[in-house]
Design a protein around this ligand. Sequence first.
Ligand SMILES: Cc1cc2nc3c(=O)[nH]c(=O)nc-3n(C[C@H](O)[C@H](O)[C@H](O)COP(=O)(O)OP(=O)(O)OC[C@H]3O[C@@H](n4cnc5c(N)ncnc54)[C@H](O)[C@@H]3O)c2cc1C
Length: 343
Amino acid sequence: MQFTAEHRQLRDTVARFVTEEINPHVKDWEAAEEFPSHDVFKKMGDLGLLGVKYPEEDGGLGLDFSYAMVVAEELGKIDCGGVPMAIGVQTDMCTPALARFGSEDLRKEFLRPAIAGDAVGCIGVSEPGAGSDVAATKTWARIDGDDYVINGQKMWITNGMKADWCCLLVNTEPDAAPHKAKSLVMVPMDSPGITRQKIHKIGMNSSDTAQLFFDDVRVPRRNTVGKPGDGFRMQMMQFQEERLWAAANGLPSLDRMIDATVEYCRQRGAFGKKLIENQVIHFRLAELRTEVELFRSLVWRAVEDYVNGEDVTRLASMAKLKGGRLSLSNDLFERGQSFNDCD
Ligand SMILES: Cc1cc2nc3c(=O)[nH]c(=O)nc-3n(C[C@H](O)[C@H](O)[C@H](O)COP(=O)(O)OP(=O)(O)OC[C@H]3O[C@@H](n4cnc5c(N)ncnc54)[C@H](O)[C@@H]3O)c2cc1C
């Protein structure tokens, strides 16, 4: 991946924003279990950071996907996981299908305010009984004239408490097989019949996570993104950008965890010397640094292929898998557990 002067400029802009507008508040936001997403998103929208990869006609910067991934990586330097996750949902999880397949009217009503930072979006896929098995989601819509009437519930929805709209995966085709029965429907979150329940988590506290209940929620059928019945396929495509976002965003924290471990090993003594003076520690650190560099190469290779229009389903999935595995091994290592546990 060749980075240009524009990539570097964008990286500097995000770094400044993180240092000045986000990191000073992270402790308070984590303690409060929320952050002022509308304020933060507005500031980011004003800087053009919420629509880097989206067309200028929709208020975006019209740059390619690699620029969005530079933003994702730099947001990984935020001192918590919750705030970057909330931003990532807005930029790379609830908007890709809308931008690509949404009608002019839908983009005007939902995408442009999201890019400007005037609206907070969320993506409603997971349910209490269906997570990884997306085809098993049960939320359904009955047709009534020009409207859908939606019933069901969604679980673990990031931004769910504050969102102005939800890109909702919902069964609209009762006679079709599960993969062809679903549509992505844009649902204004002030619609009558929606209730939201905050979910308290053990981490990523500043991002608001909600359970959403839909009880006879009426939405115009023209709010369908693309074709009815095509929702599962569009959501699978949307997941590619989500996976690459997660992988790129995780990179800085891997570097930081190793840095913190080095520092700990320099300070902590055992058996008459500093931990860092044991060569076995150097071996493990060198191995982890190497793995992170290999992971970095995988992420940017996948991003480059994606920009070139290739199918990156396999590479993006590998990147998300490896990022998760590395976080776990570094985390165990950082806590000073036995090296055998790190395998
Ligand atoms: C902080 C946070 C934010 C989230 N934000 C959103 C959001 O904004 N929008 C959204 O739609 N979702 C969101 N999610 C949901 C997330 O995408 C789901 O957690 C994910 O889809 C997995 O679903 P699940 O947790 O229900 O578990 P599942 O993947 O359904 O797994 C349930 C159980 O089955 C096991 N299992 C799964 N597959 C297999 C298999 N093939 N073989 C054997 N065992 C298996 C698992 O190990 C687990 O024990 C969020 C989750 C979290 C934690």
